[in-house]
Each structure stands twice: as structure tokens, then as C-alpha cells.
Design a protein around this ligand. Structure first.
Ligand SMILES: C[C@@]1(CC(=O)O)C2=NC(=C\c3[nH]c(c(CCC(=O)O)c3CC(=O)O)Cc3[nH]c(c(CC(=O)O)c3CCC(=O)O)/C=C3\N/C(=C\2)[C@@H](CCC(=O)O)[C@]3(C)CC(=O)O)/[C@H]1CCC(=O)O
Ligand SMILES: NC(=O)c1ccc[n+]([C@@H]2O[C@H](COP(=O)([O-])OP(=O)(O)OC[C@H]3O[C@@H](n4cnc5c(N)ncnc54)[C@H](O)[C@@H]3O)[C@@H](O)[C@H]2O)c1
Length: 208
């Protein structure tokens, strides 16, 4: 069984070994999360070359050696040589998190298929059974959880903050938090006013 979590990696060192299309996909995810990315590979796809030229990633144009792992928090071995990928896992220190693009069993972590809607993240994993299915499920979910969720999550975050500072009674607090998570709030263009009224009522209910 794998343990699911969302890792904060901004400004952490990530090393990607290999410069093909799989490495490129992993690099984009790491950059989105704000990691400092180094790619180690004798060659790069044109997309990765563009990122190197733009200074978004650093490129070490050489074959893998153990030394490149120094200082890495997270390591992705995505070469097309399974022996090299396995060697990366053997060389890494126990506290370095290693993913092997061709070997789910030997990986410390696996990368899920992901949908992002602002603060909302939906991640789908099949534990390595079928990455294609993971992607397919995400594609289906993309329609269910459309772009409206981005502003809805902003509303939820702000409203929850207000509830936490203004309401002391645990039962009332819970009721409000559940109410704003109702689908009708997601669809209501006047949800801010509706929430303001509810909050006011709750505060006076508490004062009684
Ligand atoms: C979800 C996603 C995330 C990402 O990579 O960012 C991801 N793979 C994606 C796509 C994809 N992967 C493959 C194809 C080609 C299929 C085809 O057509 O043949 C496509 C389709 C495509 O590229 O479109 C083949 C493949 N994948 C792995 C192996 C090796 C093996 O299993 O032994 C092989 C066989 C290679 C071969 O047969 O040669 C291994 C892994 N792939 C994983 C994740 C991890 C398990 C996640 C899970 O189980 O849920 C894991 C274990 C390791 C890891 O990478 O962490 C991403 C979708 C992104 C999106 O949502 O858009
Ligand atoms: N995890 C996934 O999502 C996924 C998806 C498809 C394929 N795969 C697997 O991922 C691997 C890479 O796939 P790809 O399509 O990117 O391959 P690719 O052939 O396009 O790229 C491989 C890259 O690795 C580099 N490389 C090879 N040996 C190296 C070494 N010793 N040191 C440094 N770099 C080295 C090559 O120069 C090249 O840049 C394959 O093993 C494939 O089976 C994984």
C-alpha cells in the first residue's frame, strides 16, 4: 500500500536523469511545484533544450554518475536504460526520494495523473497497474470538475477563514462549513452575499 501526500518542494533540489519525453513530463510537474530542477543527460528533447536555454532548468550534459545525486531532495530516473535507473536507486541515500520511470516496485514514490483547479488537486493513481487508466479517469473527471472550481475554492478558503475567527460554537461552525461545501454554493453567482447573511445569522444565534 502506498501513502498518498502532497509534497511541498518549492526551492528544493530535484534531479532528473534522462532527457527524453518522459523526463520532460516529469520536469514540467516539478517546475510547476517550484522545484530547482537539474537534468542530467547527454541529450535533451527540443522542449527540454528550450527550458535549459531559458534558464528554467540547469542541464548537465553527461551520462549518469553517482555524484549528480549530491544535495538532491528528490530524484527521478527516466533514462531508457533500466540498469542505469536501478543504479540510481542503489546509489541514493536513504533520505532521498527516488522515482524510477520504468520500475514502480523499486520507486519510493509514483507520480499520479493530476487535475488542478486552483487550490483543488485531484490525483489518480493505479499503483503502477495502468497509468493509461489513471489518465483516462482524470480526463473523465475534468468535465465533472470544471474551471468554476478555481474561484469556488477561493470562496471556500476565504469563507472558512472567516468562520474560524467569528464563530466559537463547534456545532454552528461545523454546520456552516458543511453548508458552504454544498453544490448549490458552487453554482450560486451571489454566494458571497448568501454566505455573509448566513454568517450574520450564525453570530446572532451564538449570542442568544
Ligand atoms: C500518470 C502519469 C503521470 C506522469 O508521468 O506525470 C504516469 N504515467 C503517465 C503516462 C503514461 N505512462 C505510460 C504511457 C504509455 C502507454 C502506452 O501507450 O504504451 C503513458 C501515456 C502517455 O504518455 O500519454 C507507460 C508507462 N508508465 C510507467 C511504465 C513503467 C512500468 O510500469 O513498468 C510504463 C511502461 C513503458 C513501456 O511500456 O515501455 C510507469 C509509471 N507511470 C506512472 C505515471 C506511474 C504510475 C501511475 C499510476 O499507476 O497511476 C509509474 C509507475 C511511475 C512514474 O512515472 O511515477 C502519466 C499520465 C499523465 C497525464 O495524466 O497526462
Ligand atoms: N513513467 C512513465 O510515465 C513512462 C511512460 C512511458 C515510458 N516510460 C519509461 O521511461 C523511460 C524513458 O522513456 P522516454 O520515452 O523518455 O525515453 P527516450 O528514449 O526518449 O529518452 C531516454 C533519455 O535517457 C537518456 N539516457 C540514456 N542513458 C542515460 C544515462 N546513462 N545517463 C543519463 N541519461 C541517459 C537518453 O540520452 C535520452 O535523453 C523508458 O524506460 C520507458 O520505458 C515511463
Amino acid at each position: 500500500m502506498l501513502y498518498s501526500m502532497n509534497l511541498r518542494i518549492s526551492d528544493r533540489n530535484a534531479v532528473v536523469i534522462g532527457g527524453g519525453k518522459v523526463a520532460h513530463r516529469k520536469v514540467l510537474g516539478l517546475l510547476d511545484a517550484g522545484a530547482k530542477v537539474k537534468v542530467v543527460s547527454p541529450d535533451l528533447t527540443s522542449e527540454l533544450m528550450g527550458l535549459a536555454e531559458a534558464g528554467e532548468i540547469s542541464w548537465q550534459p553527461e551520462q549518469y554518475t553517482k555524484k549528480v545525486l549530491e544535495g538532491a531532495f528528490l530524484v527521478i530516473a527516466a533514462t531508457n536504460d533500466s540498469e542505469t535507473n536501478l543504479q540510481v536507486k542503489k546509489d541514493a541515500l536513504p533520505h532521498q526520494l527516488v522515482n524510477l520511470a520504468d520500475n514502480p516496485e523499486e520507486s519510493d514514490f509514483q507520480v499520479p495523473s493530476v487535475i488542478k483547479r486552483g487550490k483543488l488537486t485531484i490525483a489518480v493513481s493505479t499503483s503502477g497497474a495502468s497509468p493509461v487508466l489513471a489518465k483516462k479517469i482524470c480526463t473523465q473527471m475534468e468535465q465533472m470538475f470544471d474551471e468554476q472550481y478555481e474561484s469556488y475554492l477561493e470562496f471556500l478558503a476565504a469563507s472558512r477563514k472567516e468562520i474560524k475567527v467569528s464563530v466559537k460554537d463547534e456545532a454552528i461552525k461545523r454546520r456552516l462549513l458543511r453548508t458552504i461545501a454544498d453544490e448549490s454554493f458552487m453554482k450560486d453567482p451571489d454566494r458571497k452575499q448568501r454566505f455573509a447573511r448566513l454568517l450574520e445569522e450564525a453570530i446572532s444565534e451564538e449570542g442568544r
